[in-house]
Design a protein. Structure first.
Length: 66
């Protein structure tokens, strides 16, 4: 009867791994949010700068042609 599987050890190990994963994600979450916020802010700034450049270009072309 050596083929008997010890489910309690497996369950304990899975529970331990889940707790470790929860702790790791809880520790990493503020850093992830900070990084995502910085990336989003950069994209917003890049969008407004590019819109300003494009509008400035068309305004300049309109002044030169008109």
């Amino acid at each position: 009867m050596k083929a008997m599987i010890n489910f309690s050890r497996i369950k304990t190990r899975l529970r331990f791994e889940l707790q470790a994963l929860k702790k790791a994600s809880r520790d990493a979450l503020p850093e992830m949010i900070k990084t995502l916020t910085n990336g989003l802010t950069f994209l917003i700034y890049a969008f407004f700068i590019s819109v300003g450049l494009v509008l400035g270009f068309f305004f300049t072309v309109g002044l030169i042609r008109g």
